[in-house]
Write a protein that binds this ligand. Structure first.
Ligand code: ADP
Length: 245
């Protein structure tokens, strides 16, 4: 099962390769421009302006490094042991992972995350991130396949807790789940996508991951889209970490 999970993650990474390349190209373009300017400033002896350009290069190297770190973390094999991780941070990382895909598909991502900053849950962080990434990419695919007008493309992520349970909701308006697959949605190999795109494993893996965290995932069709809800327990002790490592 872990091997299938790893394959699923790597296939998501593969799918995202062009978006990642595009994202890394942006800081590179800025660096090239700043370096050209720095050369000119150096020959004119404009030291202060030169320093500013060098700082800009540093910032952009940092930006490219962040993107690369994200990819490496995501591609890492999940550890078999359950650990504890900071939930809002995992949600943030998953979101930043698909941000470029969303920009390219012109989908607005609205965040309504009302959780304590250091809220801890039990599970494997990269697997949980994979669940959020799956749901977000499925919503993107639904918008693309339904050819929804750009101004209606929006996905909302809401998260709240009452101290005992955490509710995370992802809502889109991309037409909803096809009725004939609704009952088997979380079973392996349920897919409406063409062979080269869908495996039908995403949601069944997601359900396994969430259940291993003693949580549950469900879905309902709403007026013009789908709403996925993940419910997770708040661990009994040390649920808020003061210093986020
Ligand atoms: P895959 O993405 O490989 O098809 P999944 O298990 O992730 O596998 O999804 C199964 C099916 O559920 C998809 O093929 C699609 O028909 C449907 N689906 C999932 N998310 C959505 C969504 N947000 N809107 C509409 N349909 C969806």
């Amino acid at each position: 099962e872990y091997q299938i999970l790893q394959v699923a993650k790597l296939s998501t990474l593969g799918e995202m390769a062009s978006a990642i390349a595009h994202e890394i190209n942006q800081p590179l373009a800025v660096i090239r421009m700043a370096a050209a300017n720095a050369r000119r400033l150096l020959s004119n002896g404009e030291e202060a302006a030169l320093l500013a350009k060098l700082e800009r290069i540093d910032e952009q190297v940092e930006r490219a490094k962040r993107i690369i770190d994200q990819v490496r973390r995501y591609g890492r094999k999940p550890s078999l042991r359950s650990e504890r991780f900071v939930l809002p941070r995992a949600i943030d990382l998953a979101i930043s992972f698909v941000a470029e895909q969303y920009r390219m598909a012109d989908i607005r991502l609205v965040l309504d995350i009302d959780l304590p900053d250091g809220l801890i849950v039990e599970g494997e962080q990269t697997l949980f991130e994979q669940v959020i990434v799956n749901l977000l990419l499925n919503a993107r695919d639904a918008y693309e396949s339904e050819d929804v007008a750009n101004e209606r493309r929006m996905v909302t992520i809401q998260a709240v807790t009452d101290g005992i349970k955490i509710h995370i909701t992802l809502t889109d308006s991309a037409g909803g789940i096809r009725k004939d697959i609704m009952n088997n949605l979380f079973e392996p190999f349920t897919t409406t996508k063409p062979d080269d795109k869908g495996t039908g494993l995403g949601l069944s893996l997601s359900r396994n991951i969430v259940r291993k965290m003693n949580g549950e995932i469900g879905v309902e069709n709403i007026e013009d889209g789908a709403r996925f809800v993940i419910v997770l327990p708040v661990p009994a002790t040390a649920s808020i970490e003061r210093s986020v490592a």
